[in-house]
Ligand binder design. Sequence first.
Ligand code: PLP
Length: 386
Amino acid sequence: MEKRFVYADAAATVPTLPEALLEYEKTAREIWGNPSSQYSVGRAARRRLDECRGRMAELLGANPRRVFFTSGGTEADNWAVVSGARFMKERFGKNKIAVSEVEHPAVINAARALEREGYALEYLPVTPDGAVDIERAAKIIDGEVGIVSVMYANNEIGTIQPIGTLEKMAHSVGAYFMTDAVQAVGSVKLSFRDTGADMMTLSGHKFGAPRGIGALILSDGCEIEPFILGGEQERGMRAGTENLPAAAAMTRALELSLENFDDTERVAGLRNDIAEYIINEIPSSHINGSMKNRICGNLSVSFDGVEGESLMLLLDSRGICVSTGSACSSGAAEPSHVITALGYGRERARGTIRISLPRGATANDAEYIKVCLSECVSRLREITHI
Ligand code: PLP
């Protein structure tokens, strides 16, 4: 088969959409004032920023006054977890934080930093499907818990979490409920209001905006402290001159990804086709996570007797980009905390790759992935058995 280039790591990032790039460039060129300046070019920038905030809020079912732009998903996650936990401790003496075992490091490491400050950190276990185990969570989420953080969809195995149930559990004990929707926004049609969450985070570069822009969305009653201190930007909640061109580009990218939403079903079909092929044609292979409650392009798969890292590199030599574990932690020696949380051993975690098809992936891309996977897995198994 002729060599092609196939990008199948959409969970890491996607190329910036041309329309978003144009919006960035146009805004940077034409509306370059500082939104805090009182004269006309500053007022124009403020107006455009508020327009973007309003449109983002409209698209995501949120109150525009409660949409705060950040530098991306990590900052928004850190802010929500740290400031949410601190508020609950100061106001109500609640000292416990509960996060799912499969959270992104942006949440887990923020929670660990709080643990070092003296907070009690509890992990909510997941079932082999990757969803939070509700019965076990009910025993952990008690009156001491100030904040529960469970992601909307997982970045490694794509599992969509039972957010509605978890939100009710958190609220029944007076805790905040925070959801990291970085992987969901653009892949799932969601309304912040309908999630019932107090806080939700997102990151523009996962759905076609440039890097360096994201948002934290708060419910009307959610009180937290600012995280970055300085000027009065973002209603005094997030200091620093606003990145207006990136906010405009993110707004355009979100509009486009929701306009072309039907494509998600087609991409899920291609993903299912690859999964079926792997299970039927490649011996000793295993799909990780639920095939039902899963974001559209994601497929996490493990091959016995194969190193995920070697497979990723061999696929790269054939022009296919996939990742092992999550891009943010690949390169780390430890196997993925997500795969091990499902109850599988380190060997299975080591033999795992994540395929995440972007919107616009084609049937030819899927065919090429199938053929190359089959050849590369066989090749690596031959080498290891010599
Ligand atoms: N949360 C999740 C679920 C992610 O997948 C990522 C990035 O991979 C982040 C947070 C961090 O987002 P950012 O890259 O914008 O900092």
